[in-house]
Design a protein. Structure first.
Length: 137
């Protein structure tokens, strides 16, 4: 399954709200992270396998734009756009939609694949290789 064909669906829990009654800014990152791990699981990548193999993704940059409020009980959908790969770095966009189809937030990331033993970025291999028409070699 390509990351661009994957969608993550969830309902926002009340525990993620701030004093204004909408999703706290830090919990957008939590939901985006949950979506990424849900995708990794489709590729048989789990936190336990990252620990065992000593190789896993690392976020090097995250930028979030907030568009519409999200409240407790809101059903959201997160989609992915692979924005390219160059010099061992992936560019990924995640878009959070509300049930009414409006964009709630957009997160842009730069990721690398991190070798936990060597403590450095490495080129993706095996199950970490993501094929996309946007790839730049």
């Amino acid at each position: 399954m390509s990351i661009e064909n994957f969608e993550y669906h969830t309902t926002v829990d009340e525990k993620y709200l701030d004093v204004y009654g909408h999703l706290n800014h830090t919990h957008y990152l939590t939901l985006f992270e949950d979506a990424r791990w849900a995708y990794y699981k489709t590729k048989e990548i789990f936190p336990e396998s990252v620990k065992k193999e000593m190789v896993g993704p690392v976020v090097l940059k995250a930028e979030i734009s907030y568009k519409k409020e999200v409240a407790a009980g809101d059903k959201i959908r997160i989609v992915f756009q692979h924005k390219g790969y160059r010099h061992n770095l992936w560019n990924l966009r995640q878009i959070m939609y509300k049930e009414n189809g409006k964009i709630s937030s957009i997160a842009d990331y730069v990721f690398g694949l991190f070798d936990l033993e060597q403590r450095k970025l490495i080129p993706p291999t095996g199950k970490w290789v993501e094929k996309s028409v946007n790839d730049e070699n």
